[in-house]
Design a protein around this ligand. Structure first.
Ligand code: ZN
Length: 390
């Protein structure tokens, strides 16, 4: 309902804007004024009856679009788009574009809005062609066109084209696009790996690091490549770098790191590394990895003591779940049925808990996304911290 009120407000603004413009030029318009005001009342009548389609038709046909009303029409188009009424929004913008009186900035703005309409309607080719055209113009709003074009290429997963556009934006906007570029190179690297093109994959990893030397994702990809090619020591070296790049992503590297250390037969090295990471930032994944390492060395009671101590100062659901499992397995010093019940419960809770969340928009889910599916930012989705997370 507030949308209807806002819509009414916007249409009223269009009408007022029209009459202000009209008053200044009424000498020239006197002949058609009777017709215009009749249309205005017809439109108003439609609006009162919430027949917005008809109301827009009448208003757009009847009212002059002048410099006072273009912004209001743009607001109207954006309101329709927000309400999910993309077709109406497209019509408003197309009608605006057909007016010869637009200034170059107004025309640019309307085309941007129209491209956004096409994108949200899934007509990506149309959006792309408008945006390419706009991005070639030497206009102060050109970066906005490039940013929208980037979103189109991301939706199409056209990473090479996205790289070209992001490189242009990096020149004017700097670092934030360097980080995005590293993700684009990683996307391309993943495709190369799927096609078993290891030469291209390595080149793309180098390009990712050249844009963002702290790219955790590039380190994970490179670590996996070294592992697959049998160079476990190099894999360890690459994966350990992640704790320096962004330690909150470190849990992602653990499964591969554990396997790599296993291959080299140096579990002591793994212990030392986990110890260093725990000192820097206590976390459940690292604690559990350490606990399992102790159990592998047949030091069960030490493992349970260690886990209990960690949980004392850093309690997490997942840690508790692990502890209960270990006590049942190795000590069984609580009635088994109660432990079993608690264990089933914690398992069940964990089953439905999101594991990753976006620091920007709050999106959460069980799968890792390098690009947040909701706000589309890159590298903002991370393992959840706190009692229910890491
Ligand atoms: Zn997000």
């Amino acid at each position: 309902m507030p949308d209807i009120a806002l819509l009414g407000f916007i249409l009223a603004a269009i009408v007022i804007g029209y009459f202000l413009g009209w008053r200044d030029q009424k000498r020239r318009r006197i002949d058609s004024s009777g017709q215009l005001s009749k249309d205005y009342f017809v439109g108003l009548n439609y609006l009162i009856n919430e027949q917005t389609d008809e109301a827009i038709d009448v208003f757009i046909k009847a009212l002059d679009i002048n410099n006072d009303t273009v912004d209001t029409y743009l607001a109207l188009g954006s309101l329709f788009s927000k309400r999910g009424e993309v077709e109406k929004s497209i019509r408003v913008h197309q009608d605006l574009l057909a007016r010869p009186s637009l200034t170059s900035t107004q025309s640019f703005q309307v085309q941007l809005a129209l491209a956004l309409n096409y994108s949200s309607a899934g007509l990506l080719d149309r959006a792309e062609s408008i945006l390419i055209d706009l991005s070639r113009q030497n206009h102060e709003l050109r970066d906005q066109a490039l940013q929208q074009l980037l979103r189109v290429y991301e939706q199409e997963r056209e990473w090479a084209k996205a790289v070209d556009v992001a490189e242009r934006l990096r020149r004017t906007r700097g670092d934030q696009y360097a980080i995005i570029l590293a993700h684009y190179y990683c996307e391309q690297c993943q495709i190369a790996l799927n096609q078993n093109d290891r030469v291209a994959a390595r080149r793309l990893i180098r390009q990712a690091f050249s844009r963002d030397k702290n790219s955790v994702r590039a380190s994970l990809l490179l670590g996996q490549m070294e592992f697959d090619e049998g160079d476990h020591r190099e894999a360890i070296k690459v994966l350990q770098r992640i704790s320096l790049q962004d330690i909150s992503f470190m849990p992602l590297s653990l499964p591969l790191l554990e396997k790599s250390f296993e291959h080299t037969g140096s579990l002591r090295g793994l212990g030392a590394y986990l110890d260093r990471c725990l000192n820097e930032r206590p976390g459940t994944a690292i604690t559990i990895a350490m606990t399992r390492l102790l159990i592998r060395e047949s030091r069960e009671s030490q493992a349970i003591d260690f886990l209990t101590a960690q949980l004392d100062c850093h309690p997490t659901l997942r840690g508790l779940n692990e502890l209960i499992g270990l006590r049942r397995q190795f000590q069984g010093d609580l009635p088994d049925n109660i432990l079993g019940l608690i264990h089933r419960l914690t398992n069940r809770i964990l089953e439905f808990k999101p594991v990753f969340s976006c620091g920007r928009c709050g999106f959460s889910g069980k799968e890792m996304h390098w690009q947040c599916p909701r706000c589309h930012h890159w590298g903002t989705v991370k393992p959840i911290q706190g009692f229910e997370g890491e």
